[in-house]
Design a binder for this molecule. Structure first.
Ligand code: NAD
Ligand code: ZN
Ligand code: ZN
Length: 342
């Protein structure tokens, strides 16, 4: 093992990451050093690199929170993973385990949480550290590139769908069929929901159909709320917004059935008008949802392991990351891109 490794580094906020070398970190207590095999590229990594959220990471840092690799070294103390195990880093890199949020099963809201590829270096590098109490356990036999998107996109939409409080047979809209949304369509189908997909690109809607959406709407051409209200005779019971444009958040209100629930996963900077009258008279629930707990992650990975979810992934190399970001900005990615390490 050389004492340096290659990584894509955000030196300053902006469009270009630097491909450079970093010193191999030493795993501390509760930590493991992982040799990466793959890493998905999430739109959150692009928000991180551009510094476009109100709470910003501090450059220099290495993005990436869908990393899959092999444990090569353990820090001091006891661990319940071993050298040779396949693990993953996730957005919820670690939490305190003792605060009110952690104690009540809301570890994703821990005030002392660390975020993979944001507050700690992530998986856009040949090596990374994970906290062995919070890392993902990769199901046996999984292809690292294919399973990588489950670690953020998968768990996020799985949890997001759960908190739409929909039941099998009801309508759910997936608004935004990118990395998150194309996997959301699959979880929703697996959960027995009737899936409607909305995007602004025809090829994304094709992908949604391929994964089981029964009705699709191109929001660039048609008013999605009108089309969905007509198709569902009164609106969808649940709406999951993964789109990267604030407009989609406002449109969700009009496409939701009375008494229905809207869940926001997408995080484009900005805001949207929220009509008080409609929200009250339709008795809507609007909630945000942030990734998922370790238990949500176990469950999301189990759907994958049972063959119910198959992310559409295109492989790339670490050195391609800037062009992947360019394609992501232009909405030109089918499903997810994932780096495969040599
Ligand atoms: P992506 O770039 O792969 O997909 C975004 C999709 O939104 C694209 O298909 C695009 O065509 C579509 N879109 C753009 N404008 C639209 C509009 N007006 N209506 C409908 N669709 C529209 O991004 P991704 O990796 O899927 O991430 C999506 C968002 O979710 C990002 O903002 C990301 O930061 C956020 N995210 C949130 C969480 C969480 O825990 N809440 C976790 C992961 C990602
Ligand atoms: Zn992510
Ligand atoms: Zn906590």
């Amino acid at each position: 093992m050389s004492d340096q490794f290659n990584a894509a580094i955000v030196e300053e906020f902006g469009p270009e990451l630097t491909i450079g070398t970093l010193d191999l970190p030493e795993p501390g207590p509760h930590q493991a050093l992982v040799k990466n095999l793959a890493s998905g590229v999430c739109h959150t990594d692009l928000h991180a690199a551009e510094g476009d959220w109100p709470v910003k990471p501090e450059p220099p840092f290495v993005p990436g929170h869908e990393g899959v690799g092999e444990v090569v070294k353990l820090g001091p103390g006891d661990h319940d993973v071993q050298v040779g195990d396949m693990v993953g880093n996730v957005w919820l890199w670690s939490a305190c385990g003792t605060c009110e949020h952690c104690r009540t099963g809301w570890e994703t809201l821990c005030n002392s949480a660390e975020y993979g590829g944001y507050t700690v270096d992530g998986s856009f590098g040949e090596y990374m550290l994970v906290d062995t109490r919070y890392c993902a356990r990769i199901p046996e036999g999984a292809d690292p590139v294919e399973v990588a998107p489950i670690l953020c996109a998968g768990v996020t939409v799985y949890k997001g769908l759960k908190v739409t409080d929909t039941r099998p047979g009801q309508f759910v809209v997936i608004s935004g069929v990118g990395g998150l949304g194309h996997i959301a369509v699959q979880y929703a189908v697996a959960m027995g929901l009737r899936v409607i997909a909305v995007d602004i690109a025809p090829e994304k809607l094709e992908l949604a159909k391929k994964h089981g959406a029964e009705f699709t709407v191109n929001a660039a051409e048609t008013d999605p709320a009108a089309a969905i209200n007509e198709y569902t005779k009164g609106g969808a019971h649940g709406v999951l917004v993964t789109a990267v444009h604030p407009k989609a958040f406002g449109q969700a209100i009009d496409m939701t059935r009375k008494g229905g629930t809207i869940v926001f996963n997408g995080l484009p900077p900005g805001d949207f008008p929220a009509p008080i009258f409609d929200i009250v008279f339709k008795a809507l629930t609007i909630r945000g949802s942030l990734v998922g707990t370790r238990q949500d992650l176990e469950e999301a990975l189990d759907f994958y392991a049972r063959g119910l979810i198959k992310p559409t992934v295109t492989e790339c190399k670490l050195g391609d990351v800037n062009s992947v970001f360019e394609d992501m900005r232009n909405g030109a990615i089918d499903g997810r891109m994932a780096i495969r390490y040599d």
